[in-house]
Design a protein around this ligand. Structure first.
Ligand code: PLP
Length: 419
């Protein structure tokens, strides 16, 4: 029963340091968030000890009467949240949810058609070193070179030529809504299934502030930790007819014992996501991203070779185009890090620089909105980022760091939590 600080001071120190980092910097990685204290509690609980292979009421282990309650709550809550007929809350991660979804829908050797990784797609949508690129034949669609948007007419023609078994809607870096009705009609026209990976924008969908892919898709996957602000993990939603295949694709297809502490934490996160505070917060997520996009698309930034892909955003992130800037993605990421703002560099479509360097930044607002930021604070953050990117290596990092510190101090993170 020895406390962590006593048993393993080195790891206790990591927790302390990370809490300090999260408190003292501005987290703007688009795929990150701050899970509520109640989610951390559920996840750091005795449920971590329990084996529960199988599904509620049909387990391969005894003693599952209480974890069954947690899993059933998670399932019912997420079905209600998204209006889905079926849910599987066992995937350990987004990638595992995606692996199970594809395994349930098609056979190795079948063809998938998803957004190219270089244009904002995810590894699991057909990247050659990923299971998806190894198991399936891959065709990829791209954004347009002038608008940086997906042209649905072109996608229709490509789908007719490629005849994929699965069409993938969804992205890791794309700042606009997708036209799910058009995806459905293309899938129907070519006899393909439609899988939507809403990992990034699920929280916006839950809040009713983004079109829902659920009515249009055969299968929808998501992570729970991005805009949804839950524990790191995945979830699958689908029409009821897919229930048997999906259940078996997750367990025993992809996984052994489900992580019951994480499933309990998912149930908590889904409860939070159904509430009024969550909806109001997602409104600030989008408002903040729009403020950021507007500021970074002004002429003073353009003069420094900095602009915003597609000219704005509909979602929780902004893609900054640095192809004409003296800063590459790595330098811009490092520069913002030096003033206390955490973002990630990101390849822009048609990027002339290598993937480890890139010519872009992906900047997201979910974590800061969770922290309490509204329009005034997002305007100040946008100004700090604008000044840093405009000045490049000549930026007055000290002064910008002080402005970051003022914002961070005004919105205490996890008050009362020690580590
Ligand atoms: N799908 C999309 C669209 C993502 O952006 C990500 C994560 O970045 C994933 C799936 C994978 O999630 P995880 O990191 O939990 O495996």
């Amino acid at each position: 029963n020895t406390p962590l600080a006593e048993l393993d001071p080195e790891i206790a120190q990591v927790l302390q340091d990370e809490l300090g980092r999260q408190r003292n910097t501005l987290e703007m990685i688009a795929s990150e968030n701050f899970a509520p204290r109640a989610v951390l509690e559920a996840q750091g609980s005795v449920l971590t000890n329990k084996y529960a292979e199988g599904y509620p009421g049909r387990r391969y282990y005894g003693g599952c009467e209480f974890v069954d309650v947690a899993e059933n709550l998670a399932i019912e809550r997420v079905k209600d949240l998204f209006g889905a007929e079926y849910a599987n809350v066992q995937p350990h991660s987004g990638a595992q949810a995606n692996a199970a979804a594809l395994a349930a829908m098609i056979n190795p050797g079948d063809k998938i058609l998803g957004l190219s990784l270089a244009h904002g797609g995810h590894l699991t949508h057909g990247m050659k070193l990923n299971f998806s690129g190894k198991l399936y034949e891959v065709a990829a669609y791209q954004v347009e070179a002038d608008s940086f948007r997906i042209d649905m007419d072109k996608l229709r023609e490509q789908a007719k030529a490629e005849k994929p078994q699965v069409i993938i809607a969804g992205w890791s870096a794309y700042p606009r809504h997708l036209d799910f009705a058009a995806f459905r009609s293309i899938a129907d026209e070519v006899g393909a299934l439609l899988w939507t990976d809403m990992a990034h924008f699920a929280g916006l969908v839950a809040a009713g502030l983004h079109p829902s892919p659920v009515p249009y898709s055969d299968v929808v996957t998501s992570t729970v930790h991005k805009t949804l602000a839950g524990p790191r993990s995945g979830v699958i939603l689908a029409k009821q007819e897919w229930a048997k295949k999906l259940n078996s694709a997750v367990f025993p297809g992809q996984q052994g014992g489900p992580l019951m502490h994480v499933i309990a934490a998912k149930a908590v996160a889904f409860k939070v996501a159904a509430g009024a505070e969550f909806k109001e917060r997602q409104g600030r997520v989008i408002e903040g991203a729009k403020i950021l996009a507007e500021r970074l698309n002004q002429p003073d930034l353009a003069a420094a070779g900095v602009s915003v892909l597609t000219g704005g955003t509909d979602v929780h992130l902004v893609l900054v185009d640095l192809r004409n800037s003296a800063l590459d993605g790595q330098q811009a990421e490092d520069l913002l890090h030096s003033v206390g703002i955490t973002v990630n560099r990101n390849a822009v479509p048609f990027d002339p620089r290598p993937p480890m360097v890139t010519s872009g930044l992906r900047i997201g607002t979910p974590a800061l909105a969770t922290r309490g930021f509204g329009a005034a604070e997002f305007s100040e953050v946008a100004e700090i980022i604008a000044e840093a990117l405009k000045a490049g290596s000549a930026a007055d990092a000290e002064a910008l760091r002080a402005r970051v510190a003022t914002l961070a101090e005004a919105f205490p993170l996890y008050p009362g939590i020690e580590s």
